[in-house]
Ligand binder design. Structure first.
Ligand code: BGC
Ligand code: CA
Length: 426
């Protein structure tokens, strides 16, 4: 009954708004009605656009992609960044720093460059890739079953760990002295506070054996930097190019990687917009849209097999950090406002897995707000913030999917896609 009524109403509205141009595949919604929800009532929740972002549906032990989740319906995609390319870049950046500073970097003069490693989440693809990338570039990697071991070693003072080996760089030995998954007592991963506490313990254990700090992200890296390595003058490397980490390069932070959060935020919303407009998925991505927005192949790549868009990464070091100081700046090639009549406002549901994740809250979220505006998508300012630990802190808030035109989901655990798809299937 409700559906028939809605369709009839939509028909009436379409007539009364005949001046509005057609608006594509997703139920022919016209300007002005999205706040009433008619547009979504005509499309089943499990046929609406579903964009997974930042945490790719995958098995947290094996890393295998969850193709059921990625192909949930024909309007399902993942948007993230190229984890392996970025991880290799981070490793190379650190190795180059060591080579460039080989005469001064060995603090205690024992011929060994000691580094400690902050691991974000042992079950997260991006974290695993970064641990592997650093170990590979520093020569400390060991393979298990054909892939680099990414396990935390905890403590390896004498080089006897079986998860890593001593490497060699610029004529010096390189040793991973310690690595640890930075997980809070309550279970939040990538936990900056835990990293700050852990470094104090490491300094107690290793003293001036530590020459370099490597972190899977800036949030943890900056916690270490602020607690210890800034004052101690120890180069510390992160990932994400958050504004505070980029600014810290002036004070001795070693470097970071930009995962092009601007491009990712745009793609997350752009793919949604294209589906809702019923246009080619590459509109405003590979081909310019009607406002002139377009990306190039140095910004992103698309894998049809993975149903995934991946932004490309850039190294940010003392040489170029001036260009990256504002991580929330809008990216000029995709900054053109869409016309509201041709692309009427739609309302999306969106969450972040952990409201206190540094990267998502300080960099990604402001970027989402930038592009929500240019792409005429409402709802981003009502982002649901999870606690980073229990999936239900997010999924329990997806109570009224019928009120939304699409969903952008940042899972807490990459295995948990079905928690959301089952709600959409109801
Ligand atoms: C980011 C991390 C972030 C994590 C959360 C990664 O892509 O680099 O900083 O904490 O995603 O999912
Ligand atoms: Ca040393």
């Amino acid at each position: 009954m409700k559906k028939i009524f809605s369709l009839a109403l939509a028909g009436v509205m379409a007539l009364s708004l005949a001046a509005c141009s057609d608006s594509g595949a997703q139920g022919g919604s016209s300007e002005g009605e999205s706040s009433e929800g008619e547009s979504s009532a005509t499309v089943a929740n499990n046929e609406k656009p579903l964009i997974w972002y930042n945490r790719q549906p995958s098995n947290s032990s094996t890393g295998a992609l969850d193709m059921d989740a990625l192909t949930f319906n024909e309007n399902t995609y993942y948007v993230g960044f190229d984890a392996n390319q970025g991880a290799e870049l981070q490793g190379e950046m650190i190795a180059k720093y060591i080579e460039d500073h080989k005469d001064t970097i060995d603090r205690n003069g024992d011929g060994i460059i000691g580094y400690v490693l902050c691991i974000g989440d042992i079950g997260h693809n991006d974290s695993i890739a970064r641990t592997r990338g650093a170990r590979k570039a520093l020569g400390t990697a060991v393979e298990v079953d054909g892939a680099i071991d990414s396990a935390p070693i905890e403590v390896n003072k004498d080089g006897s760990s079986t998860h890593v080996q001593d490497g060699e760089l610029a004529g010096l030995k390189v040793r991973e002295l310690a690595s640890h998954e930075m997980k809070s007592a309550a279970g939040a991963t990538w936990d900056a506070a835990t990293a700050g506490d852990t470094v104090s313990a490491w300094v107690g254990d290793f003293g001036d054996q530590i020459d370099v700090v490597v972190s899977n992200n800036d949030g943890m890296g900056m916690a270490v930097f602020n607690k210890w390595s800034k004052e101690a003058g120890i180069p510390t490397f992160g990932y994400d190019a958050n504004s505070d980490a980029v600014a810290a390069i002036a004070d001795g932070f070693g470097g970071t990687i930009s995962q092009h959060a601007d491009v990712q935020a745009y793609l997350t919303l752009r793919v949604m917009r294209n589906i809702l407009d019923g246009v080619d998925i590459m509109t405003g991505i590979a081909t310019p849209d009607d406002a002139g927005n377009v990306l190039t192949d140095t910004d992103y790549k698309y894998s049809e097999a993975d149903r995934s868009f991946y932004a490309l990464n850039l190294a940010v070091t003392a040489d170029n950090y001036q260009d990256f100081l504002d991580a929330t700046a809008i990216y000029a090639p995709i900054s053109n406002q869409l016309d509201e009549a041709a692309h009427p406002t739609k309302k999306i549901w969106i969450d972040t897995y952990n409201a206190s994740d540094n990267f998502l809250s300080s960099t990604y979220n402001p970027q989402l707000n930038n592009y929500a505006k240019t792409l005429n998508l409402a709802g981003v300012d009502q982002m649901v913030g999870g606690d980073g630990q229990s999936e239900s802190s997010v999924s329990n808030k997806l109570t009224n999917p019928s009120e939304y035109d699409g969903f952008a989901i940042n899972m807490i655990k990459t295995d948990n896609a079905a928690t959301y798809t089952s709600i959409l299937n109801q």
